[in-house]
Design a protein around this ligand. Structure first.
Ligand code: HEM
Ligand code: NAG
Length: 477
């Protein structure tokens, strides 16, 4: 054996052996998964199909331009890559049930880092298991049946005050903005029990603008402004919380007003909840309630404007309720229960225009679903569109037909509020907000859309691009 050959053997054989062994092993592993990974295209490294996803989202065509063509090509379960993460998009009631009800077991919710930093690590969206249960319990009691009986008159009062100061004497106004101002004051004053001070809504809006923007900290960036606004809010909330705690500890206030803030602080005094948890969850509740409720209200009004038969039927429901009341008298929970058709209209509006199109989960275990494997660490995106726009669940899905909600809907087919352990904690409040607002508006005002064809934009939550300006005329009754 000559030297050259010896050198080759000694140095290159082991390298070649290791390389080819790894290559084979890698190939084998890929094969094992490839056979079972869902179909779909992963696109370029890191980038994947991010641009397609965001472009479709911006035009509010996420279903039509991104999801639907891929369902046609690959089926209801397909893989893609969005912002560096391999992601499986799942559609259908069965998939919604599987992924939403297996929260904490197979998947956990997965938010962009900017959302986590702005909402705070102690907010309910970052909690799991026991801590999640404790915080949901506190929020749940305020929104349980007993809580609602107290909430209804308070909300009636807030809505009437809002109309008196924002609608009265106006000829035109932005319905979307009006819904935002109202929702903000309802969450603070009716649910939490904190007075809204001038400027607070603007500061919160600045935080919300950063929630889905890239987490880059250069001066002037959306995220930088949002962080600054979050600091201001934190300072304000810390003062409110400490003052209230002091009063409750000195027994000046018993904390028996049933307000959510009192319940959270009672938990703090008993050592069950930390101050940071209280603050982060107040910020989170505002975030969770704000754009979602306002959009649901705006779309309900848009549908009413476009379907005069539905509007007349809805109006009759409220005229009937009003006929048994004195002028200015608050509604009761019993009155709310009579708003059956109104709630059908609102649900049908949320079916066609879900305020939240779906959300991301992360696989915390290897998942075997419908014959496909989803590797641990991959993301899963469930979508509301996948059922809301499917004729399997909703006949003639693109038409507006509130009567369809007279029949029961299959479980996990109508999911604007999600499902499973993380189902919307504010569902009841959102429902009351919509119904009570509709009641006072339709009984006190005539109104019409200034731009019937106003497009809807997403950033990344949907909103009417011009703020839904309307013309208003007080009813003289
Ligand atoms: C029409 C209005 C609303 C819609 C469409 C809506 C929708 C949703 C959805 C889809 C989820 C689940 C997200 C996921 O699974 O990743 C959710 C969670 C949540 N929502 Fe709502 N929401 C609305 C209003 C509200 C309001 C008014 C509040 C509070 C006052 C609220 C508080 C929450 C909270 C705290 C969670 C997180 C629950 C948890 O992680 O356990 N939401 N909402
Ligand atoms: C309606 O309820 C609010 C809040 O509970 C209360 O302050 C107000 O006096 C009530 N209005 C009427 C007319 O009873």
């Amino acid at each position: 054996m000559d030297l050259a050959c010896f050198v080759l053997w000694v140095f290159f054989f082991p390298i070649a052996a290791v390389v080819s062994f790894n290559f084979l092993r890698h190939k084998k592993r890929c094969n094992r998964n490839h056979k079972k990974l869902p179909p779909g295209e992963m696109g370029l490294p890191w980038i994947g199909e991010t641009m397609e996803f965001f472009n479709a989202q911006k035009r509010n065509q996420l279903f039509e331009e991104f999801v639907q063509p891929r369902i046609r090509k690959h089926g209801k379960i397909f893989k893609t890559r969005i912002m560096g993460s391999p992601t499986v998009v799942v559609n259908g009631a069965e998939a919604n049930r599987f992924f939403l009800s297996n929260e904490f077991k197979l998947v956990k919710s997965s938010w962009p880092s900017s959302s986590v930093e702005l909402m705070g690590r102690e907010s309910i969206m970052e909690k799991e298991g026991e801590r999640h249960r404790v915080l949901r319990g506190v929020i749940g009691t305020s929104l349980g049946y007993a809580g609602l009986e107290v909430l209804v008159p308070k909300m009636c009062n807030s809505v009437q005050l809002h109309l008196a100061s924002n609608w009265h004497g106006q000829e035109r106004l932005s319905l979307y903005w009006s819904a935002k101002v109202l929702t903000f004051s309802i969450v603070f004053e009716c649910l939490l029990g904190i007075n809204v001070e001038p400027g607070m809504l603007d500061t919160f809006e600045r935080v919300l603008e950063g929630v889905f923007s890239p987490a880059v900290m250069f001066p002037g960036s959306k995220f930088w402004r949002a962080k600054k606004a979050r600091k201001e809010i934190e300072k304000m909330l810390v003062n409110v919380v400490r003052e209230k705690r002091k009063k409750m500890e000195e027994n000046l206030e018993r904390g028996e007003d049933g307000m959510l803030l009192s319940r959270l602080i009672a938990g703090m005094i008993q050592g069950e909840i930390s101050e940071q948890e209280v603050i982060d969850n107040v910020v989170l509740l505002v975030f969770a309630a704000h754009d979602t409720s306002s959009f649901a209200i705006a779309m309900t009004f848009k549908m009413l404007a476009q379907h005069s038969d539905c509007y007349n039927k809805l109006l009759q429901e409220h005229v009937d309720i009003m006929s048994s009341k004195r002028w200015g008298e608050n509604l009761t929970l019993e009155d709310i229960k009579k708003m059956k058709y109104t709630w059908q209209v609102a649900r049908e509006s949320m079916r066609l225009f879900p305020p939240i199109f779906g959300s991301f989960r992360k696989a915390i275990a290897y998942i075997d679903y419908e014959g496909f494997s989803i590797p641990k660490g991959w993301k899963v995106l469930w979508t509301a569109y996948g059922t809301h726009y499917n004729e399997e669940y909703f006949k003639d899905p693109m038409s507006f037909n509130p009567n369809r909600f007279e029949d029961s809907v299959p479980p996990y087919a109508f999911v604007p509020f999600g499902g499973g352990p993380r189902v919307c904690a504010g569902y009841q409040l959102a429902k009351l907000n919509i119904l009570i607002f509709v009641h006072y508006v339709v009984t006190q005002y005539d109104w019409s859309l200034l731009h019937p064809d106003e497009p809807i934009t997403m950033d990344p939550l949907p909103f009417p691009s011009l703020g839904m300006p309307i013309r208003v005329f007080p009813k003289h009754s």
